[in-house]
Structure formats: structure tokens, C-alpha cells
Design a protein around this ligand. Structure first.
Ligand SMILES: *[C@@H]1O[C@H](CO)[C@@H](O)[C@H](O)[C@H]1NC(C)=O
Ligand SMILES: *[C@@H]1O[C@H](CO)[C@@H](O)[C@H](O)[C@H]1NC(C)=O
Ligand SMILES: *[C@@H]1O[C@H](CO)[C@@H](O)[C@H](O)[C@H]1NC(C)=O
Length: 620
């Protein structure tokens, strides 16, 4: 018995060391691909990875892990060096929170920081998620910044140094560097959008203010620059990037500018003018963004020429591609195969990740999902909707306070608290972190007249701005360790999230006979040919802000539900301010003092995993 399990373990370890991608990941599926538009200067871009550095273990399109990305970057660097091109790697923040690989360790991030730093990234900045807690921003300052060898930039971000208690820039404001193969002179900045939800040990300066600072104006007056590179945890169509664009254009009317953005979790591409473009590369290690520019001046030649001649001489061309993060794409784009593609370094990091997942027991199984359950790929209500599953099966079963289990109750849950789909197959510790990475708990108000309580759902779902408007910085979901999360998130920007559902464009290529698999079909400012993998579109549905379950309602003798006179109004703590505001609007006198914890201490996430254990047990 002992012998057997020992040899099994050795086998698992060998497999982990020998292969690329995580051991339990499915094989990527062959699909028709568009080539990478290589240029003079090329970029690979990641953003909003949120701890998914092991890749997606249940979705073949996104199974590449951070080790595979390291192999990929090494192979593309070799190609660039051979051909005299340059290649730079960019990461624009929100590296943490949202996946067990980050969240399940104590302290959080114990494994991911060591894994992340293995990739050599040329320009990196902070996301809002790194700043919600003092511990995570201190980790950036004390660990990720020094690990980044001068490549971490913080143009509008300060921190209180935990050792000296002094306010200092989290990292250098900007850097100027010259590319290895062509001597392209680049001036780079690293921004964060005007975020206000940070812990009080960091200070985010509004971008409007930063662009008027003396250091910034001096930096952008430098004429010895071939390209301005502005990376930021900033949506491309926000007000912040245009502010930076205008500030640079006022003093450099003609120098090309490349923006890299993030935060909204979408694939996106935007033109600011004919020499200034921006790329955003999705979320959760689903996408590796590829960008190229051709026609840049290369060091010193441009400054002596008159501006008009320069404009005529150089009209740079910009091109983009969104690479599905899997080995099929990586092999194709590097012209290699499963034998020749992985590098020793990439394999090492894949093995590091497998070991971390093992230590964290992320594959510990609570049960086995009998079918896929979707957040946005099914309408609500629907038999395949994760919200219908919660409403009909889970909530009535688990939301029950011992002392009031017979009291009729209305249970209101915000859909923004559920972050990801459930896939048919193992439901593991990892699944709980990806589906519901929040510390949501239930609270309630006793004995609310049913006629009042039943009006809440409609109002919450109407987006009455003064009642339920969600602050911009909460519009992407907050993590397990946070007290807050987005309620009215679905149906706002996220409806363009995967650009799913915009199906009026047919991407089928007749020269290729491979069957199309469903996935990203992105429509951006440059058209519909951005995705490397040609997919069939997935229909995308908006869902209501909240769902409601009615539990322990009285029934008539005929078995029909009857209206109770009073109910316990039970809701997720995050939406309490909205609930109280609406109750006030409805003319009731409820105050914060009338609210109490319901099922003290229990988190929605735990309740879900307990339900799965009790109802979905057995083998997959
Ligand atoms: C910062 O927040 C912490 C925790 O909430 C609090 O204890 C501390 O007093 C605050 N410091 C300042 C300077 O506001
Ligand atoms: C990969 O390519 C190499 C060199 O072209 C070849 O020798 C090898 O058999 C290929 N391996 C696979 C798995 O196709
Ligand atoms: C891979 O890991 C081994 C063992 O930790 C180490 O000796 C080796 O230098 C690493 N190789 C690379 C390329 O990182």
C-alpha cells in the first residue's frame, strides 16, 4: 500500500517535470489560426491574470500556464533576435486575487510571487487589486518591485514605506531604455486609473494631476525618443489614457505612442491618432496580447530632421493579435511542436506551479458537477444558468438559521458575487475560489412585511442610479479577503466582456477545414480579425443584478405557495447599503441597527462547497 502510493507520487512528479501545461489540463483543440503580424518592434502583453498562472484546467482554449508562457517568450525572443527585430513583454497589473493559486496560501501569494518573477517582463505596473490591502501593496513594494529589476513603474502611485514610514514612489516614475537589436529609444510610464478604493498606506494621484507635474513635463519634452510607451491598469476608453495622450501630443505632435491597458477584462484595441494605439488583453490568463509597430525611427536620426520630413518619412504601421493561451497556439506561432517547444526554464516553472497546487491541495474534490453551469452563456432563468441553480437548488437548501428555520424568508443574492462558470466534472477547492472568491456573508432584517420585501428585487434590478449605482472601481469583482464586491456589475461594461453574442459577423475561413470551436470572436477598432484562433461565436446573456429565493413559504392545502404576512429579509452583506436605501425609499423606517448576521460567520463560498459535498458526491 505504502509502496504503491510512493511510486505513484514519483510518477506524478516525473510527469510534472517532463511536460508542459499542468498535469490535469486537457489537450488543446486544433483550430484554424491567424498568423502573428510580426513587425519591427513587437510586444507580448498580459493583464488581469488574477492568480490564474496555472492556466484553466477545464477549458482547452486556455490551458497554457506561466511556464508555457516563459517557453513561448523564449522562443519568440530567439526568432526576433535571429531576424533583427525587438520583442518586449508587458504586464499591466491585477496579478493577484481570484484564483486558489494566489488566495489559498497563508499568507496569500506565497507561491505566485515566486512563480511570476520567473518571467522577464520589460515594463510592469500596479493594478487596483494589489492595493486593497496593506499586505498586498507592501508585497509589491518589498518583493515584486525589486524582483522586476527596474522594470516596475509607478507614475502616479506612492506608498508609505513600511520600514521608514515615509511616503515614497512605489517604484520609479518612468524609465528610458533602448531596445537590444535596433536601438529604438523608448520612454515608458506605468499608470493606474483614478482609483479610490485603496488601503490608506498607498496614495493614487489622479492622472490629470500627474500630467501637470514637473517631472512628467520634463520627461515628455525629451526629443531623443522614438516611441512613448504608456502601460497602465487603465481601460483604453477611460478618460485617463486620452488625458495622457493629449499631454504628450501637446509637446510631441508626431512621436508614436503605444498604450497597453487593462482592468475591464476585455480584448480591446483603440486608435488615439494615426500614430497612437492602445491594446488591452483580456483576463485570467485567457489571452496573450501580441502587438507590433513597424516604421519607428531607431536612435538619434529623427531629432535633426524637420518635423514634416519626419512625418513623411515615417508612417508607422500598428498591428495586433489576441492569442488564445494554449499550446496549440504557442506551437503554431513558434513553428515548433510538443518535443521542440518547451524550454528547460519553462518546464521548471510548470513543475513549480504543479508543486504549489499540490501543496495547496487545490485539486481536493468536494464533488462532481453533473453539467456545465454558466454565468453569462445561458439566459436567466435557465436550466444551464448558475444563477438558476443557486436560486432553485442551493439557496433554499443552505440558507437557514437554526433558530428561525421555519420563518418564511426572501433570500437576495447579487449575481456579481459569482465570478465564473462551473464546468461539468470535478468541483474542487480551486473551483470554489474561481466561482466565488469573495467573503460574502448573509445578514437579515426580521419580520419585514412581505408586501414591502417583495418589491426589492425589481428595484435592485432596475439600476435606479441614485439607489444602486456601483462605484467605478468596484465594477470588477473584489476578492475573498475584501468586504465589498460589485452588485450591479453584470449588464454594464461586462456585457461586452468576451464580445460574445455579437454574432452578425461570420469569421469562417473557407480555406481551412478544421471545425470551429466556440470562443472569443472579438470586434475592435481594427475590425474582426484580431483573434488568433478563429472561433464560432458564443452567445452572451446579461443577467439581473440580483436573484431571489423564497424559502419556507406557507402552502395552501392544494399545495400552492401562499403569501406570508411577514418574512425574514436575508441578503448578502455587500448589498446592505442598497437594501437599506431602497427600504427607506419605500417609506419604511429600517436602519442599520435593525440588521443582524444570519448564520453567523458562514460564507456563501463555504455554503456552496458544503452543498456540493452533500449533493454532488461520487466519482466523475
Ligand atoms: C489606516 O487604516 C488603518 C486600518 O483601517 C487604521 O488603523 C489607521 O489608523 C489608518 N491610518 C491613517 C493614517 O489614517
Ligand atoms: C517535432 O519536430 C522535430 C523536428 O522537426 C521532429 O524530429 C519530431 O519528431 C517532432 N515531434 C513531434 C511530436 O511531432
Ligand atoms: C531548473 O531547475 C533546476 C532545479 O531546481 C535548476 O538546477 C536549473 O538550473 C533550472 N533550469 C533553468 C533553466 O531554470
Amino acid at each position: 500500500m505504502i509502496l504503491r502510493s510512493t511510486s505513484c507520487w514519483v510518477l506524478v512528479t516525473l510527469v510534472a517535470l517532463g511536460r508542459s501545461t499542468q498535469p490535469s489540463a486537457p489537450e488543446p483543440v486544433s483550430a484554424p489560426l491567424r498568423e502573428l503580424p510580426w513587425g519591427q518592434l513587437n510586444f507580448l502583453h498580459t493583464t488581469d491574470t488574477h492568480g490564474w498562472h496555472a492556466g484553466h484546467l477545464q477549458e482547452p482554449s486556455f490551458t497554457g500556464d506561466w511556464g508555457d508562457y516563459i517557453s513561448f517568450a523564449q522562443r519568440l525572443h530567439a526568432k526576433a533576435d535571429n531576424e533583427g527585430r525587438d520583442l518586449l513583454l508587458i504586464d499591466t497589473g491585477d496579478r493577484i486575487e481570484g484564483n486558489g493559486l494566489y488566495d489559498a496560501s497563508d499568507p496569500k501569494g506565497l507561491y505566485t510571487r515566486a512563480i511570476f518573477k520567473e518571467q522577464h517582463i520589460h515594463v510592469i505596473c500596479t493594478g487596483n487589486h494589489e492595493l486593497y490591502h496593506k499586505a498586498s501593496s507592501d508585497n509589491e513594494y518589498l518583493s515584486t518591485v525589486p524582483n522586476s529589476h527596474g522594470n516596475y513603474l509607478a507614475s502616479n502611485l506612492d506608498i508609505i514605506d513600511p520600514n521608514s514610514d515615509e511616503r515614497v514612489p512605489l517604484a520609479p516614475r518612468f524609465k528610458k531604455f533602448t531596445t537590444k537589436n535596433q536601438g529604438i529609444r523608448i520612454l515608458a510610464f506605468g499608470f493606474l486609473f483614478d482609483f479610490k478604493g485603496n488601503a490608506n498606506n498607498t496614495i493614487v494621484e489622479p492622472v490629470e494631476k500627474t500630467v501637470r507635474q514637473r517631472w512628467f513635463l520634463e520627461a515628455i519634452h525629451d526629443r531623443e525618443v522614438d516611441l512613448f510607451l504608456v502601460v497602465g491598469h487603465v481601460p483604453l476608453d477611460s478618460s485617463e489614457f486620452p488625458t495622457i495622450f493629449k499631454a504628450i501630443r501637446q509637446v510631441q505632435w508626431d512621436t508614436p505612442i503605444q498604450f497597453f491597458g487593462g482592468h475591464t477584462h476585455i480584448r480591446d484595441y483603440l486608435e488615439y491618432d494615426s500614430k497612437a494605439y492602445g491594446l488591452e488583453s483580456g483576463r485570467y490568463m485567457e489571452t496573450i496580447g501580441f502587438m507590433s509597430i513597424t516604421g519607428l525611427s531607431t536612435g538619434g536620426q529623427s531629432s535633426t530632421r524637420p518635423p514634416v520630413a519626419e512625418a513623411i518619412r515615417s508612417s508607422p504601421k500598428f498591428a495586433r493579435r489576441y492569442i488564445d493561451n494554449n499550446l496549440y497556439s504557442f506551437h503554431h506561432h513558434s513553428f515548433l511542436n510538443s518535443t521542440t517547444f518547451p524550454t528547460a526554464h519553462g518546464r521548471n516553472v510548470t513543475a513549480m506551479i504543479a508543486l504549489a497546487r499540490k501543496d495547496l491541495k487545490l485539486d481536493h474534490r468536494f464533488g462532481c458537477a453533473p453539467q456545465d453551469l454558466w454565468t453569462n452563456r445561458a439566459p436567466f432563468p435557465h436550466q444551464k444558468s448558475i444563477f438558476s441553480w443557486l436560486q432553485v437548488q442551493v439557496l433554499p437548501d443552505v440558507v437557514s438559521e437554526t433558530t428561525r428555520k421555519d420563518v418564511p424568508r426572501l433570500v437576495i443574492v447579487n449575481t456579481g458575487g459569482i465570478r465564473f462558470d462551473i464546468f461539468k466534472g470535478p468541483f474542487t477547492i480551486d473551483t470554489t475560489y474561481t466561482v466565488s472568491p469573495f467573503t460574502s456573508r448573509f445578514r437579515y432584517i426580521k419580520d419585514v412585511p412581505f408586501q414591502t420585501a417583495k418589491r426589492l428585487k425589481r428595484i435592485l434590478n432596475q439600476n435606479v442610479p441614485q439607489l444602486v449605482e456601483i462605484p467605478h472601481e468596484l465594477a470588477t469583482h473584489l476578492p475573498v479577503s475584501s468586504r465589498t464586491q460589485a452588485a450591479a456589475f453584470e449588464g454594464s461594461r461586462e456585457s461586452s466582456d468576451l464580445n460574445y453574442g455579437l454574432a452578425n459577423q461570420m469569421p469562417l475561413s473557407s480555406e481551412n477545414d478544421l471545425p470551429l470551436i466556440p470562443g472569443y470572436t472579438t470586434h475592435d477598432a481594427a475590425g474582426s480579425d484580431g483573434d488568433d484562433t478563429i472561433h464560432s461565436p458564443i452567445k452572451f446573456y446579461t443577467v439581473p443584478n440580483v436573484i431571489e429565493s423564497r424559502v419556507a413559504f406557507p402552502t395552501s392545502e392544494a399545495g400552492d405557495a401562499e403569501d406570508p404576512e411577514k418574512v425574514d429579509l436575508v441578503y448578502i452583506d455587500f448589498i446592505e447599503p442598497y437594501i437599506l436605501r431602497i427600504l427607506k425609499f419605500l417609506g419604511t423606517g429600517y436602519e442599520i441597527g435593525d440588521t443582524e448576521a444570519y448564520m453567523e460567520g458562514k460564507q456563501l463560498t463555504e455554503l456552496i462547497s458544503e452543498w456540493v459535498e452533500g449533493n454532488w458526491g461520487g466519482d466523475c
